[in-house]
Design a protein around this ligand. Sequence first.
Ligand SMILES: *Cc1c(COP(=O)(O)O)cnc(C)c1O
Length: 394
Amino acid sequence: MIPSVLPTYNRAPLSFVSGEGSWLTEEGGDRYLDLCAGIATIALGHAHPALVAALTEQANAVWHVSNLYRIPQQQALADALVAHSFADTVFFTNSGTEACELAIKMARKHHHDAGRPERTEILTFTGNFHGRSSAAIAASGAEKMVQGFAPLLPGFTILPFGDHEAMREAVSDTTAAILVEPILGEGGIKPLPDQCLKGLRDLCDEHGILLILDEVQCGMGRTGRLFAHEWAGIVPDIAMVAKGIGGGFPLGAVLASEAAASGMTAGTHGSTYGGNPLACAVGCKTLEIVSDPDFLAEVRRKAGLLRQKLEGLVAEHPEVFDSVRGEGLMLGIVCKAPNTDVVQAGYAERMLLVPAAENVVRLLPALTIGEDEIAEAASRLGRAASALTSRKTD
Ligand SMILES: *Cc1c(COP(=O)(O)O)cnc(C)c1O
């Protein structure tokens, strides 16, 4: 009999009743060190007092009015995002997937309205993940996501990851945009080299096509800069954010330059819940905290500590771990043992890790993780690796 919850997830037999900072507590009182952070959404840890206060205050005022009216919290968040980024304008969504949908529509409409309706093609790299809508799976092309869901939305060409030459050759008169994640998240915490991002920017400028960056996972301070593309010293035309921007409350956004957004006039796009007062009240507080240069410097410092510890673990457990990659507090351990075994061994040590493609285990802790918790994470990972090693030699 089919479960009452559609069984599209293989869930761990864990459930949590409360959370605080980097810790989650099960009903029986067992505490887990959370290096998943709701898949990079809980940017400021669980139950951050400032976010609880912002949400509670808004909950007592007004929840939802729709976008038929002005929403001051949405206006404030848009203003703050514009002030802190390349963007001139912002549209709010409830998720990363919806942000992806708009980014694609916006790019096509931009060219359409500029008298180039033939420019509809979006070029991407393999390994990218943009969500589970028909457009997002077509943009990713990954077999496990698209199989059985044909016909796929046309207009996407997927090139080998990081292959700049292939990208250059694929550009044609029908190209609308290049869409990439600066650092693959689901794809295995794989950074696109700065050189490649710069090259893509140049390629777009050369041919009048738009650069769309998916910063849903790597954005909002996760790499120690507010946006991952800042490391490469480039700006996109359109960027998608979600996950961390809501601090755990569902919220996403498309950031765009005035030129890229030129086709999006009244009636061309919408969302009932997008940019609602609750989400934006939390988003404003989250952005205020995360965009503080001192906060970001602290993320970079702690990221250095965590990375150093992980490199040490790789050296100590070469039969389980292969290498470390990623940026900031978006780190992946490439495993030699099956990554799902490492995640399981993590559960036995009361620690939450996330598997990703290419046999990677992801560490996406709250950006507020403490030094003692970083040390705790390293010792639990070490014990998990030892348990896997002894199991292997038994
Ligand atoms: C999670 C993710 C998405 C999809 O976001 P949802 O909120 O799950 O719809 C898109 N792009 C990237 C890079 C992601 O990590």
